[in-house]
Design a protein around this ligand. Structure first.
Ligand code: SF4
Length: 443
C-alpha cells in the first residue's frame, strides 16, 4: 500500500452520521426541550420514525450497537409496554404530521413475537397519520426468522428487510461470536421473499478478526448470489474502550490498516464487478434501486442508518438510546432500558442529551453531508476559500498529495481520496478540534 495512503487510513475520524457527532451531545438538552421542539414542528412537515429495539438473543462480540442480551422474555415484554406508552407521549407532543418512513432497528427487532410487533405497529397506525407512508423497513437477524413474524411485518406494510451478514467464513464467524452459515442467510432470504418482502439489504464487514482479502471476496460472491438490492460494507470499528464486549476480540487477530484497506478495496471491486453501484463511502446498490437513483439526483443524505434517501423533514426516535433529528437539533433517549422505561412510565419523554444546532453548525452539517455523499463540498456558505484558512491548512497534506483540489470555492475529492472522505469532513468539524471523543480509524 502507498505509505501516504496508509497514513490517512490509520487516522481516526468520526463516521459523520450526524453533525456534530453524537459524542459531542450534551446533557443540557432534556425532556422539556424535546417536547418544545416537537410542538414547534410545522403541521405540514413530514416525519420519519425510528424505533430502537434494544435486545438481542445473544451479543456478538464485534457489535457497536446499543443493545443488551435478553435471555428471558420479561425485558422484552417490559420494552413493548413502555414503547407503546412512548408512542402515545410522542404523538401527543406532535400535531398530526404525516409519517413517510418507518425503520425498526436495534438490537434485534425480530426478538419481538408476531403479536408484540403487531401491537406496536397497530399503535403507530392509530397514533400517526401513515396514509403517505412510502418506506417501511426492518433490521433482522437471519438466525431468528420465523414465517409467522414475517407475515406480521408484511401485514403492517414492511417492504424492506436488512440482514446482518458480516462475513460467511466460519473462522471469522467464530472469532466474532456470531456463527451463521451461508445456508441460514439463504433460507432467511427465501422466507422473506416467499412472504412478500422483496427488497433485501445486507450488511457486510471488513477488518474483522482473522479476515482476509479472500474471505471478503468469497463473502461478497455468496452475498451477491442472493441478489440483495443493497449492500452496506462497514469497516469493523475496534473501540473496546467504548464497547467492553469487544475485549473478547484479541487485537492480535485484527488485520492492520494496510490489510483493512486491501479488504475494503477488494470488496468494492467484487461488488462493482457484480453490477452494484457504489454510493458514498460504504454503500452499494443495484442500479434500479431507489438509493442508486437518489445518488444521481441529489437525493442522498446521511442519517444514523448510514446513507438514506432524503425523505422527511424530521426523524423521531423511539426506544432506548434512539436519536431524533429535529429541525432545531438532535435529542437522544436514555440508553439504559430501565431508566428509559421509568422516564416513560412517569409520563415524561426520555431525553437525556442532545444538541441545539447553531447557524454555523447548520452550514458545516450541510458541507459535511456534501463531502460524505457527493465528494464535492461548496465552501461558499462558509464564506469561501478566504474564510476557511484553518480548515484548508488542516487539509494541506491531502491538497499537496493531489487528493483534494480547490475549484472555485469548492473542495473536490479525487477518486483516491474517497475512502478517506471522513478525514476531509473532519477538517471542517469544529468539534473534532476539541478532542473530547476517540474514534475508529478512517478506513
Ligand atoms: S450485531 Fe446485531 S445481533 Fe449481534 S449483538 Fe449487535 S445488534 Fe445484536
Amino acid at each position: 500500500m502507498d505509505p501516504r495512503l496508509l497514513t490517512y487510513a490509520e487516522r481516526p475520524a468520526p463516521r459523520y452520521t450526524s453533525y456534530p457527532p453524537a459524542p459531542h451531545f450534551s446533557g443540557a438538552i432534556g425532556p422539556s426541550t424535546t417536547a418544545a421542539w416537537l410542538a414547534e414542528i410545522a403541521a405540514d412537515a413530514t416525519l420519519s420514525l425510528y424505533l430502537h429495539v434494544p435486545y438481542c438473543r445473544q451479543l456478538c462480540w464485534y457489535c457497536g450497537c446499543n443493545t443488551f442480551a435478553a435471555r428471558r422474555e420479561e425485558p422484552v415484554r417490559e420494552f413493548v409496554d413502555a414503547v407503546l406508552h412512548e408512542v402515545d407521549l410522542v404523538s401527543e407532543a406532535l400535531s398530526g404530521q404525516s409519517v413517510v418512513e418507518i425503520h425498526w432497528g436495534g438490537g434485534t427487532p425480530n426478538i419481538l413475537s408476531a403479536s408484540q410487533f403487531a401491537a406496536i405497529a397497530t399503535r403507530l397506525a392509530n397514533r400517526f397519520d401513515l396514509t403517505a407512508l412510502r418506506h417501511h423497513a426492518i433490521e433482522l437477524d437471519p438466525r431468528h426468522i420465523v414465517p409467522d413474524n414475517v407475515r406480521a411485518y408484511v401485514a403492517a406494510g414492511v417492504s424492506r428487510a436488512s440482514l446482518g451478514v458480516q462475513d460467511m467464513n466460519q473462522t471469522v464467524q467464530q472469532a466474532i461470536g456470531r456463527v451463521q452459515p451461508f445456508e441460514t442467510v439463504r433460507d432467511a432470504v427465501t422466507t422473506l421473499k416467499a412472504e412478500g418482502i422483496d427488497e433485501i439489504s445486507m450488511d457486510l464487514m471488513y477488518g474483522l478478526p482473522h479476515q482476509t482479502v479472500t474471505a471478503v471476496e468469497q463473502t461478497v460472491q455468496l452475498a451477491a448470489e442472493m441478489k440483495p438490492n443493497r449492500i452496506a460494507l462497514f469497516g469493523y470499528a475496534h473501540v473496546p474502550w467504548v464497547k467492553k464486549r469487544q475485549r473478547l476480540i484479541p487485537e492480535a487477530s485484527l488485520p492492520n490498516a494496510s490489510e483493512r484497506f486491501a479488504q475494503a478495496e477488494a470488496a468494492r471491486a467484487a461488488l462493482e464487478a457484480r453490477g452494484y453501484v457504489a454510493i458514498g463511502l460504504d454503500h452499494f446498490a443495484l442500479p434500479s434501486d431507489e438509493l442508486a437513483i437518489a445518488a444521481n439526483t441529489d437525493q442522498l443524505t446521511r442519517s444514523f442508518q448510514g446513507y438514506v434517501l432524503k425523505s422527511a423533514s424530521a426523524l423521531v426516535g423511539l426506544g432506548p438510546s434512539a436519536i431524533s433529528t429535529l429541525p432545531q437539533g438532535y435529542t437522544q433517549n436514555d440508553a439504559d432500558p430501565g431508566a428509559w422505561r421509568r422516564a416513560v412510565a412517569s409520563g415524561a419523554l426520555a431525553t437525556v442529551r442532545g444538541h441545539a444546532l447553531s447557524r454555523d453548525d447548520r452550514l458545516r452539517r450541510k458541507l459535511v453531508e456534501q463531502i460524505m455523499c457527493d465528494f464535492v463540498g461548496d465552501l461558499g456558505p462558509l464564506g469561501g476559500v478566504r474564510a476557511c484558512v484553518d480548515e484548508l491548512d488542516a487539509l494541506s497534506p491531502m491538497i499537496a498529495d493531489g487528493m483534494v483540489r480547490i475549484v472555485d470555492d469548492h473542495i473536490v475529492l479525487s477518486a483516491a481520496a474517497r475512502p478517506f472522505c471522513r478525514l476531509v469532513a473532519m477538517a471542517f468539524d469544529t468539534y473534532a478540534q476539541r478532542g473530547a471523543a476517540r474514534h475508529s480509524s478512517a478506513v
